[in-house]
Design a protein around this ligand. Sequence first.
Ligand code: 2HA
Ligand code: ZN
Length: 270
Amino acid sequence: MKNIMEAPFIREMRKTTANMYRMGWDERNGGNISYLLDESEVGEYLDLNNVLRTIPTGFDASALIGKIFVVTGTGKYFKNIDEDPETNLGIVRIGKDGTTAELLWGYKDGGKFTSEFPAHMMSHIARLSVDPAHRVVMHSHPTYTIAMNTVCAVDENEFTHKLWQSNTEAVVVFPDGVGVLPCMVCGTNEIGIATAEKMKEYRLVVWTNHGIYGTGKDMDEAFGLIETVEKTAQIYMLALGQTVNVIPDKIIQELADLWHQTPKAGILKV
Ligand code: 2HA
Ligand code: ZN
């Protein structure tokens, strides 16, 4: 058996969560990540027959039976993951009943996965249904994204348009736009269901007054999506009330054309 601390997926979790903390996106226990792993790769590091304990999921995850994820722990700080991955992270497999998770490694202090586990798992199901290469769900509290969401209507076409108008990178990085949910109680199955519904259409979903979800086929894609929204929201907020130049719709369309992207329909007037 190889040393799990050397596993690429554990290194990636340590590096990414440390980065997100330093970006100022994940204060205290804010934020969570789940990453769908390849069973044969995990099998190089762990005995897949050795279930340490089982944890109820609280919802039906039948669509993910047998799938293995590394997931950040509830109440745990991104700041601390790098120095103690085995306490702050866990590797879980969705059990045969679809309503329990089998702990294979981690949560060493008796802990469990993030309170946003329903939103994560339901989002994985939704993204896998439209993109079989999908792997990562990342949730975070980036400051300017939350600020911009505070001053904009809960209207995903309008929010997406404002982002595309503020930074020429935006339409190229997220031509599919940003979904927006109204303010809801977090940590519930209800917000999970609502998030997953949006995830059938979007890789990015804003939770009003709370934060953002980014998804992708790897850590770079999910991180890069959130990073680009946050950078653009920062530009928007720094210029708020004094904006003179916004990117015209014709240029937004031409940027998308240049990079062979199709902007979400119904936003641009060209
Ligand atoms: O786990 O970010 O949404 C802390 C959170 C809850
Ligand atoms: Zn949160």
